[in-house]
Design a protein around this ligand. Structure first.
Ligand SMILES: [Zn+2]
Length: 124
């Protein structure tokens, strides 16, 4: 997993491994400035947690009004697309990781769909 990256301070080639110290300027590779994969992984992880949570509360609060409810659904669909593991194919090192994120994504979106369905069926 270790590859060479450009030091952001001095353009020296250094290892992407976390904790690597640039021999030229002393820059230390941290969690968010290592290789691309790690950055994408952090993004996917944040989206996986944040997207369903945000959608859930938006839908719950937006149901008081028809138009806000429609906007909340559009937002939820947008976030579902954004957080879909299909956009992060290069991130997964193991099949377990891939299945893990797919499961969370599928279950949280089924859960959100059920809530939306319940709200619609109640208001008709
Ligand atoms: Zn450097």
């Amino acid at each position: 997993m270790t590859e060479l990256i450009k030091c952001p301070n001095c353009d020296n080639k250094i290892l992407s491994r976390m904790g690597t110290i640039c021999p030229n300027c002393g820059f230390t590779v941290g969690y968010f400035n290592g290789d691309r994969r790690r950055k994408d992984y952090g993004k996917l992880f944040a989206l996986t947690v944040f997207a369903p949570f945000f959608s859930f509360f938006t839908i719950i609060f937006a149901q008081i009004n028809f138009y806000s409810f429609i906007i909340a659904i559009i937002l939820a669909v947008f976030l579902a697309i954004k957080s879909c593991p299909i956009n992060f194919k290069t991130v997964f090192a193991t099949n377990f990781e891939r299945l893990f994120f797919w499961n969370i994504w599928i279950f949280s979106n089924i859960f959100l769909s059920v809530i939306v369905f319940n709200i619609i069926s109640k208001s008709i």
